[in-house]
Design a protein around this ligand. Structure first.
Ligand code: SF4
Length: 218
């Protein structure tokens, strides 16, 4: 049922005119993967290759993501993968706050359909949707419970391709993800925090309100 609903959502996204990115995209890149899925990875925005193929995380960053997932005992086919915005920003610029806000409803609906145990945010824009005002260098690899789901921020694989010194941290964080999934086969440890932060709470680039205190689970 969720697969059918996802397909219907993809069809809706394909015609979306809700922000300026609609004018420059080749096609929308809604996401890929099964629903439900234990793990949902959420990146930032499609790049040139993604825009061309309509698939998220293809090319070198996608290959590194596949490797990292594999090291954590996960296949790409078992994980749901999407981005904060579904259309490519021209020239691969960062997505703007108004674009993130315009696309937010689609992400919320995807999360509801995929119903992941763990959301992995990849990169600072995705992280900021759950943890506004935080620094990725400070909180990466630390899973926290937000609105009943575990959310684990990580560096974006593309960042590790540009900065090799980030790669060990990314590898270690995916190992922590594997440990987290192994520890919580039935749905995870008890709630640590029921926060107001969520993809709807604070788009990246919006005025940052302090995130409520949350205890990391790993
Ligand atoms: S980025 Fe999202 S809101 Fe903007 S046009 Fe694409 S699908 Fe619509």
């Amino acid at each position: 049922m969720s697969d059918r609903e996802l397909t219907a959502l993809y069809e809706e996204i394909a015609d979306c005119p809700n922000c300026a990115l609609a004018r420059t995209r080749t096609q929308t890149v809604p996401g890929t993967g099964p629903a439900p899925a234990d793990v949902m990875c959420i990146g930032e925005a499609p790049g040139a290759r993604e825009d061309e193929l309509g698939q998220p995380f293809v090319g070198p960053a996608g290959r590194l993501l596949d490797e990292l997932l594999g090291a954590a005992g996960l296949s790409r086919e078992s994980v749901y993968i999407a981005n904060i915005v579904k259309c490519r920003p021209p020239g691969n610029r960062d997505p703007g706050p108004e674009e993130i806000a315009a696309c937010r409803g689609y992400l919320e609906r995807q999360i509801a359909l995929v119903d992941p145990k763990v959301i992995v945010t990849l990169g600072r824009f995705s992280m900021a949707a759950w943890f506004p005002g935080e620094s990725i260098g400070r909180i990466h690899g630390r899973a926290r419970r937000v609105d009943g789901r575990l959310v684990m921020p990580m560096y974006h694989p593309a960042a590790a391709l540009h900065r090799g010194d980030l790669r060990p941290a990314l590898v270690a964080d995916f190992q922590k993800l594997a440990e987290l999934l192994a520890q919580a086969p039935g749905g995870g440890p008890p709630p640590e925090h029921s926060g107001e932060a969520g993809p709807a709470a604070a788009p990246a680039g919006a005025a940052a309100s302090p995130a409520p205190p949350q205890a990391p689970l790993l």
